[in-house]
Design a protein around this ligand. Structure first.
Ligand SMILES: [Fe+2]
Length: 335
């Protein structure tokens, strides 16, 4: 009898323990996030267990784990991947008055299966010692022959580029988007290689004059331990292109609650915390991202690059057009 009691106490104990944690599958790989997880633990007493991997690997893992998946929250760095997770039926609708009230409808899934936590804009970064600053205008214009041999950009298997092209498709249709991608390929200074920072470095070193990159990388390069990054970024400037009939391309980092989340209430609390003013401030200051809360300003450094108008298309569209974008990149010969 005693033995039985002890066992049930143990089971009870472990289930209590289990209810006081949240399992986060995250593609985000920033120090800011570690700080945020600690803050959440301190505020709530809920332990955050993190599995870090690429979104594609996390999505695969959640699929194969099925109903037994320990995942409570999925965080990705791009709307396209959140869309994929939703398509694979890995997420559930989130019922949260706080998120509904504070995250604009354009920055969340239409069925509330994920919410944006930060915004990032994909911009042109040009060499100060070139005339590119005078030539830059729209995204469409990057395909103009006046930029021949001037553009450096990462490969087309990168989701940031896929989302940019997805937005181009939304604005102009597939044929025009293909024409645009072909034009950009013709203007490339080299075959795509490296990440966004590598493109900025290339431009700083005189290879081409226009890099396509996400804004927060510039912030990270300005405040970097690595001198070569600090030096490179001194030689460039951010330009915010717009779509001819829209604004500057933005993408989001966001989170959803796993369909079989064992700690659903904690998962929602966790996402609400990440969207709190306190957390949003840290995303802005520590990782140079744009907050999704209207009343939280961007960091001083990010603000110094200027302001822009967000593109008008819904973030949902980026996921919906992803497969088309991948196909068009292939047709255009964008490696
Ligand atoms: Fe990134």
């Amino acid at each position: 009898m005693l033995k039985k009691l002890a066992l049930s106490a143990l089971v009870l104990g472990s289930s209590l323990l289990a209810s006081n944690e949240v399992n986060v599958y995250s593609h985000r790989h920033y120090d800011t996030d570690k700080k945020l997880f600690k803050m959440f633990e301190k505020n709530t007493g809920i332990k955050v267990n993190v599995v870090k991997a690429k979104a594609s690997a996390l999505i695969k893992r959640m699929s194969s784990e099925g109903k037994n998946s320990p995942a409570d929250v999925l965080i990705t760095v791009d709307a396209g991947r959140l869309f994929q997770a939703k398509q694979k039926d890995l997420l559930q609708p989130i019922e949260s008055d706080y998120l509904n009230k504070n995250i604009p409808a354009t920055l969340r899934d239409k069925d509330n299966k994920w919410f944006a936590l930060t915004k990032r804009s994909r911009v042109a970064v040009y060499a100060l010692d070139s005339d590119a600053g005078k030539k830059l205008s729209t995204y469409e214009d990057l395909a103009d022959p006046k930029f021949k041999g001037q553009i450096v950009v990462r490969s087309s298997n990168n989701i940031y580029n896929q989302s940019l092209l997805a937005a181009m498709i939304a604005h102009h249709g597939e044929d025009k988007a293909l024409e645009w991608a072909k034009g950009v390929v013709k203007n490339m200074a080299r075959d795509p290689k490296g990440n966004d920072r590598a493109q900025v470095k290339a431009v700083a070193n005189g290879l081409g004059s226009v890099a396509i990159a996400n804004t927060y990388y510039i912030g990270k390069m300005v405040n970097n331990k690595d001198k070569s990054q600090r030096e490179a970024v001194k030689k460039v400037k951010v330009f915010f292109p717009t779509f001819k009939n829209g604004g500057t391309h933005i993408n989001v980092s966001g989170a959803g609650v796993a369909k079989y989340a064992p700690n659903k209430a904690n998962a929602i609390k966790f996402i609400e915390f990440m969207a709190s003013a306190e957390a949003q401030k840290l995303f802005a200051e520590g990782n140079y991202e744009y907050p999704v809360l209207a009343n939280v300003p961007s960091s001083k450094l990010v603000g110094s690059w200027g302001t822009f108008k967000d593109d008008t298309i819904s973030i949902n569209t980026l996921g919906e057009n992803n497969a088309k974008a991948v196909k068009i990149f292939d047709l255009a010969g964008w490696k």
